[in-house]
Write a protein that binds this ligand. Structure first.
Ligand code: ADP
Ligand code: MG
Length: 565
């Protein structure tokens, strides 16, 4: 039994609403995209639920969205016959922000309207965007399989009410009571053009009442005709269409829809595969990293469809963790409609698809690196750190990933990581057979490491590493193009092949002359160091510490220390 009740929004919702109502958005029309997107999700959910309970579709099996308006009363309505919501759903979904990352987002707000509006535009705010254009919003819904409809209503100022509603058809109807200055949206032409612009890719029909020309025939004027509806969008799942028929704008809008990221994607790859495996994939590389990229628990994975039927969001099994930034859709005929997460984890077909999709992404990146280095650089800036997890995670693709890595180096001594291993190898000195690197806590520490002195003298390039992940990366890379990596701060440094005969003679002399000194230093420091040696790796500093060839690196040591080990 549902009685009328008034409830308060969660604090975060209030903050978000406050922001929107003060029109941080420069594009108020996005409310329609958000509400249609939700209606489409509701249709997906119903279709999925109906796989195990076909009675849910009942006498109303054609899933669709209707958009209506009333110019005189300044209302817009969005109606769907999807899964619907009951009282508890409404309180949970329309009273709180369940979406992960929202509080993160609110924490990042600066108070600067300009900056914050950009942030919010990138974030996508879903249902609450209704309050950008409306000063009152009513949501009436009948959940599939239930009999009592519920109504939710709010003016967006802090509270909402819930009460029983009269609605006998399944699904949700949202009524927006437009603010005076937003009344232009109660207009057929306006709504149609927004739908075509932002929601064309929605795979079910979005219907609007046909614009009848005013009847010439005055006699029939008052006769009530049943309204005629027409489909405004293309209404075909975007990934099922052929690439040549899809515009860049359509690809971008589809990205916004599936990713909740409102910046444009950097790149995408759309492929239909036939043969042993049958699937269509549409994979996107975002242009900006999400705030929780380094949280390995972040939402990730592809939107999974089986034979066009939506199965689940965030299917994680189709890409490795180091590619967790990829967004996209996978639609396959090779899995059963009853597929569950448990099955996904064991199915060998899933493994094959994962291998193929991983290759697809790495190829997309290789191509970008080759054809558009500038674009690749902007990718690297956002996601390079995560890609560096790759060699440790994906042994089979180690070489391919290695080619995609970018580093700082003594070549240009810029903190921006732009040097590829291929660049490095092409600049190697005569007789050089190793790839040298130095790892330090910060870029500046790496750049001014005393270990670099002899390399500078000999004109040998050294990679400068200072990311936390670097030592982990180097532990898994071993070699590139047949050349071993060597930490210049470790063990004996043998640059012998590049020394001239004269150099060698001079070295021997110095060593002989220093025997006494070495012994004395060794005695004094016997507690602190393992051994003391004459070195030729310094040109300016009198002494430096090195780590044994097989000991833990200095950076790893610091991380372990910080972790209390
Ligand atoms: P998101 O779509 O990212 O989950 P929204 O703010 O757009 O976030 O929507 C919040 C939630 O409200 C949805 O996840 C869904 O559970 C529910 N919801 C919104 N609109 C509808 C609808 N038309 N039908 C059913 N549920 C809906
Ligand atoms: Mg939404």
């Amino acid at each position: 039994e549902i009685t009328k009740e008034t409830m308060g929004f969660q604090t975060e919702v209030k903050q978000l609403l406050h922001l929107m109502i003060h029109s941080l958005y420069s594009h108020p029309e996005i409310f329609l995209r958000e509400l249609i997107s939700n209606a489409s999700d509701a249709a997906d959910k119903l279709r999925y639920a109906a796989l195990s309970d076909s009675t849910l579709l009942g006498s109303d099996p054609n899933l669709e969205i209707r958009v209506g308006f009333d110019e005189d009363n300044r209302t817009v309505t969005i109606t769907d016959n999807g899964i619907g919501m009951d009282r508890d759903d409404m309180i949970a979904n329309l009273g709180t922000i369940a979406k992960s990352g929202t509080s993160e987002f609110l924490k990042n707000m600066t108070g600067d309207q300009q900056k914050d509006s950009q942030l919010i535009g990138k974030f996508g705010v879903g249902f609450y965007s209704a309050f950008i254009v409306a000063d009152k919003v009513r949501v009436e819904s009948l959940k599939a399989g239930e009999t009592q409809a519920v109504s939710w209503e709010s003016d967006g100022s802090g509270e909402f009410t819930i009460e029983p509603a009269e609605k006998s058809t399944r699904g949700t109807r949202i009524t927006l009571f437009l603010k005076d200055d937003q009344k232009k949206f109660a207009n057929g032409w306006e709504l149609r053009s927004i739908i075509r612009k932002y929601s064309d890719h929605i795979s079910i029909p979005i219907l609007m009442e046909k614009n009848e020309m005013p009847s010439e025939d005055e006699e029939n004027k008052d006769e009530k005709k049943a309204p005629e509806w027409e489909t405004v969008n293309t209404a075909k799942a975007l990934w099922t269409r052929s690439r040549s028929d899809i515009s860049d704008d359509e690809y971008k809008e589809f990205y916004h829809h599936i990713s909740h990221d409102y910046s444009d994607p950097l790149k995408w790859s759309h492929n239909a595969v036939e043969g042993k495996l049958e699937y269509t994939s549409l994979l996107y590389i975002p242009s900006k990293a999400p705030m929780d990229l380094y949280n390995r628990e972040m939402d990730r994975g592809l939107k999974l469809f089986v034979q066009r039927v939506f199965i689940m969001d965030k299917a994680e099994e189709f890409l490795p963790l180091y590619l967790r930034f990829i967004k996209g859709v996978l639609d396959t005929n090779d899995l059963s409609l009853n597929v569950s997460r448990e099955i996904l984890q064991k199915d060998p077909q899933v493994d094959s698809m994962r291998t193929a999709l991983t290759k697809r992404v790495l190829d997309m990146l290789s191509k970008m690196a080759k054809n558009d280095p500038e674009q690749y650089q902007s990718f690297w800036k956002e996601f390079g750190q995560v890609l560096k997890e790759g060699p440790g995670e994906d042994f089979a693709n180690r070489e391919k990933i290695a080619k995609l890595l970018r580093f700082s180096s003594t070549e240009d001594a810029k903190s921006e990581q732009t040097v590829s291993l291929e660049d490095y190898v092409s600049r190697m000195q005569e007789g050089q057979d190793k790839i040298y690197y130095v790892a330090a806590e910060s870029f500046n520490a790496a750049k001014s490491s005393p270990h670099l002195e002899v390399f500078r003298k000999k004109g040998i390039e050294v990679l400068l590493m200072c990311d936390r992940i670097d030592e982990w990366l180097m532990a898994h890379l071993n070699e590139f193009d047949g050349k071993q990596f060597e930490d210049v701060a470790r063990g004996d440094l043998d640059l012998g092949k590049m020394d001239s005969e004269e150099d060698k003679k001079a070295h021997e002399e110095v060593e002989k002359k220093s025997e006494d000194l070495v012994k004395r230093v060794q005695d004094v420091l016997s507690e602190q160091v393992e051994s003391v040696r004459v070195t030729h790796r310094l040109t300016e500093s009198p002494a430096c510490l090195v780590v044994g060839a097989n000991d833990m690196g200095a950076q790893m040591r610091r991380i372990m220390e910080a972790a209390g080990q």
